[in-house]
Design a protein around this ligand. Structure first.
Ligand SMILES: Nc1nc2c(ncn2[C@@H]2O[C@H](COP(=O)(O)OP(=O)(O)OP(=O)(O)O)[C@@H](O)[C@H]2O)c(=O)[nH]1
Ligand SMILES: [Mg+2]
Length: 377
């Protein structure tokens, strides 16, 4: 089956975005990276600045005509929108352009579906896909969507297409049960390890979390220049002379406009991070929009109730910087470290910071984890 997918010519995608606020160029570049991560190629881009989305088409009607023309010229197989569309908007757009249309959420869910390997990750992604699908079932599926294959049609979408809402709901209930059981088993495991100090890597996708994980634990977790290469948390022991019981966890990356259903279904995996004593927030310092990336990750951490955990900011990929970039103060972070997880620079310094923090924490809190917004004065 895999073979069939890989030998098929790459899908040609036309990207479309409406920018209510924020920068169009960076957002489109990210959508392009997502599209490549999903295994398609980009044949064109269309962006429009708007004050509000159009209820029927999301973008202006004139722009829809432009999509139609451009899609024909470039022989696009799919149009990908940078924002979440309603079922009606998708139907209207497809009718006018004659091209299969998906949205950013669909694209992200598809990447997750391609990456999911474990039973838990598969169930989590499938649950998110079905929750996304449910309100869109009525009237959405045109002949275009019945063509087999392509981004947004992998996973349960393919098999559930013609089934009714009741069956989808039934499946949702079942998946929730499966996940609850896996979660229960994890809680048991967790209890067994409760004397352990936990440190977790969090951050934007592709920031270099797994690369740093490998550096810190001298292991070989998969590192790729693709979005969402890590879905399942990996845990290894971090060795310190004074703290034999520290474990480091690598987690799934975040992204702007991360589908809420995905956050919800990955909540239990992410709870590992939420129960940490220390977070290492890894950021790709070579990205021009690294500040937005930090803010986005903080927003998601807040929704996971992990915003009160002491956090170090790790400015990664410093080997890529053409000039020194100032980063004023600590901005509420307990500490800031500059590293290159690729070249291995700054790793010893970071390790020392982690050890000092843990030593301080164990002495000052009688071993209990510190929960505070701000570092001590
Ligand atoms: N130049 C440079 N590249 C780096 C550095 N750290 C990581 N990378 C590259 O960035 C890409 C992503 O690295 P990963 O470690 O997989 O990133 P991640 O944060 O785990 O990404 P996801 O699991 O997909 O969310 C890979 O191509 C790495 O080789 C660094 O310090 N410098
Ligand atoms: Mg990773």
């Amino acid at each position: 089956m895999d073979k069939l997918v890989t030998t098929r010519p790459k899908e040609k995608a036309l990207l479309a975005g409406a920018f209510i606020n924020g920068t169009a160029a960076e957002s489109m570049a990210e959508l392009e990276a997502l599209t490549l991560s999903a295994g398609a190629i980009v044949v064109g881009r269309l962006a429009q600045r708007r004050t509000a989305p159009d209820p029927a088409f999301f973008i202006g009607r004139g722009k829809v005509e432009e999509i139609k023309t451009k899609a024909e010229e470039a022989e696009a197989d799919v149009v990908i929108f940078d924002d979440e569309l309603t079922g009606a908007q998708v139907a209207n757009l497809q009718e006018l352009t004659g091209v299969r249309t998906i949205d950013r959420t669909n694209l992200i869910l598809d990447i997750f579906a391609q990456r999911a390997k474990t039973r838990e990750a598969k169930a989590q992604v499938e649950l998110a896909q079905l929750e996304y699908l449910l309100p869109r079932l009525a009237g959405r599926w045109s002949h275009l969507e019945r063509q087999v294959g392509g981004i947004g049609t992998r996973g349960p979408g393919e098999t559930q297409l013609e089934t009714d809402r009741r069956q989808v709901r039934h499946k949702i209930v079942h998946l929730k049960k499966v996940l609850k059981e896996i979660d229960r088993q994890r809680a048991v495991q967790h209890k067994k390890r409760s004397a352990v100090y936990r440190v977790s890597l969090v951050g934007y996708t592709n920031a270099g979390k797994s690369s740093l994980f490998n550096q810190l634990t001298r292991s070989q977790t998969k590192v790729e220049d693709r979005f969402f290469s890590t879905l399942d948390s990996t845990t290894r022991v971090l060795k310190f002379p004074y703290f034999p019981r520290v474990i480091l966890t690598d987690t799934v990356g975040f992204i702007k406009k991360l589908p809420t259903h995905l956050i919800a279904s990955f909540r239990s995996t992410l709870s590992e991070a939420a129960e940490s004593d220390l977070l290492l927030h890894v950021v790709d310092f070579s990205r021009s929009d690294f500040r937005e990336n930090i803010a986005e990750v903080q927003k998601i951490l807040t929704s996971l109730k992990a915003d009160k955990i002491p956090t170090f900011l790790v400015l990664n990929k410093i080997d890529r910087l053409e000039r020194e970039i100032g980063f004023e103060n600590k901005n509420g972070f307990w500490d800031v470290a500059r590293v290159s997880a690729l070249k291995g620079s700054g790793i010893v310094g970071l390790t020392n910071k982690i050890e000092s923090f843990l030593r301080w924490s164990s002495q000052n809190q009688n071993g209990a984890p510190v929960r505070a917004n701000e570092p001590p004065a």
